[in-house]
Ligand binder design. Structure first.
Ligand SMILES: [Zn+2]
Ligand SMILES: [Zn+2]
Length: 136
């Protein structure tokens, strides 16, 4: 198996208490999530990056956790900064996959493309996306 080329980035929350490094693919898998959970948790759509296993180096002690049953009936665990409440990761138990909230990266220049998920369910009417950029 060939090693994928990964690039290391750093990031932090708004107050700076949470700092991390993360290894991402050259073309990261980026999603704009339009689901109701994100809307209720964060006030709007949110951009997340799918993480490979062990890609994120972070001090878990700085994070609060909130586990809930998602709209898709999946068990979801969200983490956020204990001090400023900035969202850090979301973990979908069914798939065993973690996502990083993209806005915490200090440099977002590699995030050239994003797909849209849960768009049909609950997007804001003013937000239009191309069919090509839709997943669900
Ligand atoms: Zn969502
Ligand atoms: Zn913080």
């Amino acid at each position: 198996m060939s090693e994928k080329k990964m690039i290391e980035y750093d990031g932090s929350c708004i107050c700076g208490e949470v700092k991390f490094t993360v290894k991402l693919d050259e073309i990261p898998r980026v999603f704009n999530c339009h689901c109701i959970d994100c809307r209720k948790k964060l006030g709007g759509i949110i951009t997340i990056i799918q993480l490979r296993e062990n890609a994120l180096k972070i001090d878990e002690n700085k994070l609060s956790k909130y586990t809930h049953l998602g709209g898709s009936k999946n068990i979801i665990t969200k983490t956020f900064c204990k001090i400023c409440a900035a969202p850090v990761t979301t973990y979908v138990e069914k798939w065993g996959v973690s996502y990083l909230y993209a806005g915490l990266l200090n440099d977002v220049s590699s995030l050239q493309k994003a797909k849209n998920i849960f768009y049909k369910d609950s997007h804001f009417p003013f937000m239009k996306v191309n069919d090509d950029d839709l997943v669900i």
